[in-house]
Design a protein around this ligand. Sequence first.
Ligand SMILES: NC(=O)c1ccc[n+]([C@@H]2O[C@H](COP(=O)([O-])OP(=O)(O)OC[C@H]3O[C@@H](n4cnc5c(N)ncnc54)[C@H](OP(=O)(O)O)[C@@H]3O)[C@@H](O)[C@H]2O)c1
Length: 301
Amino acid sequence: MRAVVFSRYGDESVLEVAERPAPRPADGEVLVEVRAAGVNPVDWKHREGQVRSDRPFPLGMGWDMAGTVLRTVPGGPGVGEAVYGMLPLPYGGAYQELCTVPVAALAPRPTRLTFEEAAAVPLAALTAWQALAAAGTVAGRRVLVHAGAGGVGHFAVQFAKHAGAHVTATASARNLDFLRRLGVDEPVDRAEADLSAGEPHDLVLDTVGGAVQRSSWALVRPGGTLITLPEPVDEAYRVPGIAARRVVVAPDGAALGEIGALIDRGAVHVEVQEVLPLREAAEAHRISRQGRVRGKLVLSV
Ligand SMILES: NC(=O)c1ccc[n+]([C@@H]2O[C@H](COP(=O)([O-])OP(=O)(O)OC[C@H]3O[C@@H](n4cnc5c(N)ncnc54)[C@H](OP(=O)(O)O)[C@@H]3O)[C@@H](O)[C@H]2O)c1
């Protein structure tokens, strides 16, 4: 099978399309013919060695996929069924023609989505889902999502709205209309706004890190919650009385089933900025690394 692999950590040039043996499913794993793979920032962080696994090179790439079932397990999806899912971290292997996935990480592909759109969902949507769940009830609460136009952000704002929150989200000026279309109550130009001048939030979701995490403490009301994603909580800035923690995404087929139902009801929109062919994985990483993607990038396999 064709697979995008890399044999040393480095820049985009270490990625190559190679002929690799087909993966063999272990107990509880389903073999999937991959039709599309989602691209996430963790993919290039893995390629650069910021996220490492203990397996030997060459390593596979990517955690998000949508495809059809080739071999299944008792109680699993049927052969030929269209599925989507997130592979367990830290071993990538979605940028390839065949992959093995624990059955518990899979859900039926939402019927209104193409394979490319479905592959855009799992990791980013599960991150948003699990981050909101970690914060407890969001109904009636004021939620601020940083980078609301990004992969995680565009799901987080929609899930929070659907759950009944009042949602504020930051983006650059060109994405403010996009945020409005997603239902954001207060889209904020991140270059212009002084967020600390407004009402504090019950929950702030930091999808950016660094200075954004540091400035987020002042935007949470006492007793509120700060959830960080790119980095652990920087203890040097911790504010007593604010619950703060990092959420690390985990595969969850049952949650993907619920997310798929929201998508099929038209309650959640999946934004795909661009679909590139598998052989252009390096270009997809280059674009993702610039940090300006609206929604998601996807590789067609
Ligand atoms: N802990 C976990 O399990 C977990 C899971 C998923 C992701 N992450 C991490 O979370 C981060 C976000 O992931 P993602 O997939 O959402 O990334 P992404 O899709 O690449 O994010 C791109 C978006 O970020 C926005 N942006 C860039 N700099 C910004 C800033 N300073 N302030 C506000 N918005 C900014 C851009 O919007 P504009 O162009 O409109 O500014 C763009 O739409 C990454 O670091 C990723 O590795 C962690």
